[in-house]
Design a protein around this ligand. Structure first.
Ligand code: ATP
Length: 430
């Protein structure tokens, strides 16, 4: 597979322990860039490159090719930026992996559980990248770690507005990341934990419980431990959510990226047996603007319905009668304590299921299809804690006919009839 005709080729000779960083221009103007390893060995965020294979990176990609021993690579096309850096924290990250691997070995010997690791830090410090690296390294030495994604803004597993867990069985694909098969996904409904912190904490606990149950019956999962990616919100309730996560998952290690104050606060507030480690961020991590984050979120939803790269999905569009579904929003608007009914607390209102009367304002909203069995009152209690089985988007609402037109990955009928509304909207431009 020769590079596309007319693409300029640039050769880079990389010394050992250096990395080539490049960015592909975002948007319509961005032309994909191809990468090929010619000699030696190199890796992209913990996944090894095959020699003489061309990897394609689309608009907006920000990539680092790191080499432990030295290598030569070719880039085909015109990246927006491309430079070699000698100054990377990769050795520290590898040492972190080695320490975690020691803990797994010890767990194996003593019939205990492997390390549960939480990665924290402000936005744009490379948290997701560090998670990917540690997971890929672990799986490369034969472990089966679990990835827990708590970043509701930029999820690496499902669409935005969700929290999820995924068993990692092979290193991330160089171009596409981890293969997402059968993840466990919960509906949160918005892109920042602050919109409903009680719900966020509740879902974190749900994930922790399911993970612990799995560890009890699956020794490999237990020894592999987990790597938890968190949101970049590290103050106030955001900080409290991190402390809650550490406690509910009973984490053993917290990796703090590039934030000394957060490091000190967590050292102060977490039990003494939790190892809190401060790590530098990589100079290669690229800051992303609000628009860029919004575009990435949109793209994630588009991918869910339409597929990406070689894999094209053909979603369905059909009408759903209002009378056939029940739509809820999780969380009632907060009211002053003094106005709450006797015996009710704010917690109850934030976790309450509020029925939504379908109307035009539903248009473009993303809805989660809850896996909760369709039934009456009795099951309503379990809806918040039930995983979701998929998502649909409302493309149009006809209040006269009492129907809405939805975009769905599967044909009608919907597998379940309990729908949860997200704040997130998606306009289908296809
Ligand atoms: P957020 O809080 O928004 O989720 P984050 O802290 O998780 O951000 P990442 O998503 O890991 O940050 O990294 C941001 C971007 O920087 C990604 O596009 C990633 O591919 C890129 N990146 C990470 N490390 C490097 C590197 N060493 N060289 C070049 N690009 C990198």
């Amino acid at each position: 597979d020769a590079p596309a005709a007319g693409k300029v080729s640039t050769r880079y000779d990389l010394d050992k322990e250096t990395e080539l960083r490049f960015e592909v221009e975002a948007g319509e103007a961005g032309e994909p860039v191809e990468l090929e390893l010619i000699t030696g060995m190199g890796e992209v965020f913990g996944s090894e490159l095959n020699r003489n294979k061309k990897y394609t990176f689309g608009p907006g990609s920000k990539i680092a090719v790191f080499t432990w021993q030295g290598c030569t690579v070719n880039l085909y096309g015109k990246p927006e930026v491309a430079y070699v850096s000698k100054d990377t924290p990769m050795l520290l990250y590898l040492n972190t992996h080695a320490a975690l691997e020691q803990m797994r070995k010890q767990a194996e010997r003593d019939n205990e559980r492997g390390p549960r690791v939480m990665v924290v830090g402000p936005t744009d410090v490379g948290k997701s990248t560090v998670c990917r690296l540690l997971l890929s390294y672990a799986v490369r030495v034969g472990r089966r770690p679990t990835f827990v994604e708590l970043d509701v803004g930029q999820s690496g597993v499902s669409i935005p507005g969700t929290v999820s867990a995924l068993c990692i069985e092979r290193p991330a694909d160089v171009e596409e990341g981890f293969s997402v098969q059968a993840p466990l996904v919960y509906h949160f409904g918005s892109t920042t934990p602050g919109t409903n912190i009680k719900l966020y904490n509740k879902l974190t606990s749900c994930l922790a419980e399911v993970f612990s149950q799995r560890c009890e019956v699956n020794r490999k999962a237990s020894v592999g431990g987990c790597i938890i990616n968190t949101c970049g919100w590290v103050k106030g309730s955001g900080y409290q959510a991190l402390v809650h996560c550490a406690s509910t998952f009973q984490v053993d290690v917290v990796l703090v990226l590039d934030h000394e104050r957060l490091y000190n606060e967590l050292k102060r507030d977490l039990p003494h047996f939790v190892r809190v480690v401060l790590l530098p961020k990589s100079g290669g991590v690229v800051e992303r603007s609000k628009e860029c984050r919004r575009d990435t979120r949109d793209e994630k939803i588009r991918e869910y319905f339409y597929g990406f790269r070689g894999l094209t999905f053909y979603p369905f569009s059909f009408e759903v009668r209002f009378s056939d579904v029940r739509i809820y929003k999780i969380g009632a608007p907060s009211i002053p304590d003094s106005c709450l009914p006797l015996g009710m607390s704010q917690d109850d209102t934030q976790l309450k299921l509020v029925p939504v009367t379908p109307g035009r304002d539903l248009t473009y909203h993303v809805l989660s299809v809850s896996s909760a069995e369709d039934g009456e009152e009795g099951v309503r209690k379990g809806i918040v804690e039930s995983p979701v089985c998929g998502f649909i988007v409302v493309n149009a609402v006809d209040t006269q006919a009492q129907v809405m037109k939805v975009l769905s990955p599967s044909p009608r009928p919907l597998p379940r009839h309990t729908l949860l509304i997200m704040d997130i909207r998606f306009m289908d431009m296809k």
